[in-house]
Ligand binder design. Sequence first.
Ligand SMILES: [Zn+2]
Length: 627
Amino acid sequence: MFSSSRGGEERNGQKRKEPTLRAVVHSRIMAKEQEVAPAERLAVEGGIASDESAVAEPEIEANEDRVEEHVNEPDSNAGAEGDNGETGCPIWMGYDNALRCGRTLHATPDGIDEQPVCLMHSKDPCKQSGPLYKTFWREFERTLEAAGEGEARFEQFVFPQLFIVGTKFQAVCQFSEATFTQYANFAGATFSQFANFAGATFTQNADFSGASFTQGARFFGTTFTQDADFDGVNFTKEADFETATFSQGAKFTCTTFEQRASFVDATFMYETVFYDATFIHDAIFTRTAFTRGADFSEATFAQTAKFEDTVFRGTAYWSATFAQTAKFEDTVFHETAYWHSCCFLGQAEFRSTKFKPQGKDMPSAIFALTKFSKPGEIVFDDVDLSRALFHNCDVSQVWFSPSAHWAERKGNRGLAVFEETIPLEQEVVEGLQRNGQRDYRAVAQIYQQLKKNYDSRLDYWTANEFHFGEMEMKRLAVPTDGRLLWPRQWLHRNLSFVAWYKYASDYGNSYRKPMLWLLGVLLAAALLFPIPGLELRQAGSGNTASSARVTYGSVWDRQNSWTNKFWTEAKLIGKSGITAIDTATFQRTPEYAPAYPWGRVVGIFETLLTSSLFALFLLAIRRQFRR
Ligand SMILES: [Zn+2]
């Protein structure tokens, strides 16, 4: 039985309540011996009383004359005690099945009910309309009225079409394991006391829109086979939807949960809407499954919002406000999660959260325009952010743990954000376009923030990788209007200062690159100097030395053997190399000097290049090994 799944603590509480309940029932029976209440008389007329003599007769044939016979019967409202219910409906009701229904058995056509039961518990389709329908509702009302502010027991009732719009239920309503075979319309109903729909089944649409649950509502394990509408419902006390199943649409638009709302292990198999819902207390969606889209737009989570182990198979919309704590540990998003314009006023934990939409070009999580009021308390730990979008959202202080995974840049050149590569035709990247082109300045901003972020946590290695991205975006941020657009764009991309910075040292990230360039420049100078010639400038050799100019041609001796020719040229290049180093290192008294004028021009260029490259080398070293 369903009741067996209740927690032990709760069960004990209920057991303790039992004697009081029985006392009430007993006093009610005593009272009835003196007089028959009008409502009860009505019911008896309807044939619901559990007298043996009435069993064989259809309820509708009951007549006034038999009223007296039923006076002494136990109140069918609360069911009879287990020990004297040999005759009536055998369905067990109440906590721990302590009470038996005991109502008159209903003559159901063969094969519909597993055992003979009363009209209320019967699956007889004839009660969908006509006299049986009326009788059913008369008995329902009688039960409700008789309960007063006590418990109205409708457990395991099989309801025909239900239309009790705006009804005010004063009693504790026990609908657990009831079956609503047709449309169940509770719109605008007010439940002044606890309403228990645990284990109930709604075969058709269930409409609770605008209803008020004043003292707690229990939909534990309830099955909604068709649409469930809880729009505008006010749950003043706890709302328990644990393990409930919503097979079709579930609507909680503008619903207010004033106390804890629990959807633990619930299953939403179709579109689910919590638009503008307000969770004043904790909202627990642990292990909830959303098979289709889930819309939490404009929702407010004033306290803790738990979505741990929750699975979202459809798109999830989160432009909500999380005022305190939001937990998304081990949450799985199979489609895009839109955090667009979401507000995190407190802490949020994305630990081992899985963002894994199928499409390769599809963003996994869109945090664009998301507001983090306490960025230091936003945690991304062990999360794949390779397809997450963070543009227009300050991430400079968000805590990305070392296991937060970013996309790799092509050619093993560090990390990249998805804004740089996401195809622009998607609607979500509208904010990333300027004049129809990717707004590299906006992308650069994200890199800047990430660089700042990792820098501040002394993770210079990762910061450097984002620095590369930032500079790369600066290089790609070409002019977008004006004359001669194309040549200017080309020049910016390939020959601008930033471009040269990249060629020379990967924007300061590489110290090998400037070193290699430096050696290259020295070699080039060494090879170039002998063309205009080298002048011997030995100290003390006097003016005669100035005339001793050697070039490739001057050392070429036709008479000599090839080996000797080669060696003289090699010696010349060797001397030239020393000259190149002398020039690069500003030696004042070199042995040889480049010949005037072209050799000097080459020398000047060499000096400029080598000193710049050396500076870049030092900067890169500093960047790599700073502390
Ligand atoms: Zn019954």
